[in-house]
Design a protein around this ligand. Structure first.
Ligand SMILES: [Zn+2]
Length: 174
């Protein structure tokens, strides 16, 4: 498990090999980058030993695709690593960034602007509440958009954390 991968990493030499999932070679899972792809018996598919995502392979094009994901995700085998395929995802990505930035910047900006245009009548308070409120808004919306981004890009760290949390919750009594 992972011996070939770590040997390549430590020697630094790029050992090119073709994507041949039946040949007993191990391939790191491109989703969590933690488990290895395993052949599923009686099925024309492959599963990750860690995150349990299921993949379909196209050996002619040297690509694999997630078949149990909420969105189409694919990778091309480069001979030593996976490269993400981004076909048809650019529109979603741009929209997500525009909406995300608007969600983070606009509400907090409006709150801050309101506090600037209509300052408290008594200037005795030492705390600028409109600024505090703007920062809370910024943090709340930032968290929300950050989660959306993590779901969209499926960052390996995020996927790992999600799996660990799920396993932890499964182990809890009751
Ligand atoms: Zn995995």
């Amino acid at each position: 498990m992972g011996r070939a991968g770590s040997r390549i990493a430590t020697s630094g030499a790029r050992h090119h090999r073709a994507l041949d999932l039946e040949a007993g070679e191990t391939y790191d899972c491109p989703v969590c980058r933690h488990g290895q792809l395993e052949v599923m018996a009686l099925m024309d598919a492959y599963a990750c030993s860690f995150c349990r995502h299921i993949f379909e392979a196209n050996l002619e094009q040297q690509t694999i695709h997630v078949v149990d994901g909420v969105q189409p995700m694919g990778w091309r085998w480069q001979g030593w690593r996976w490269q993400a395929l981004h076909q048809g995802r650019t529109d979603i990505t741009v929209t997500l960034w525009v909406v995300g930035l608007a969600l983070v910047v606009l509400p907090a900006g409006i709150v801050a602007l309101g506090g600037y245009l209509f300052p408290p009548l008594e200037n005795t308070t030492e705390v600028n509440w409109s600024l505090v409120w703007a920062l809370i808004t910024l943090a709340a919306h930032g968290t929300m958009v950050g989660w959306l981004m993590a779901e969209h890009y499926q960052f390996p760290v995020y996927v790992l954390a999600k799996i660990r949390l799920r396993r932890f919750l499964e182990r809890l009594p009751g």
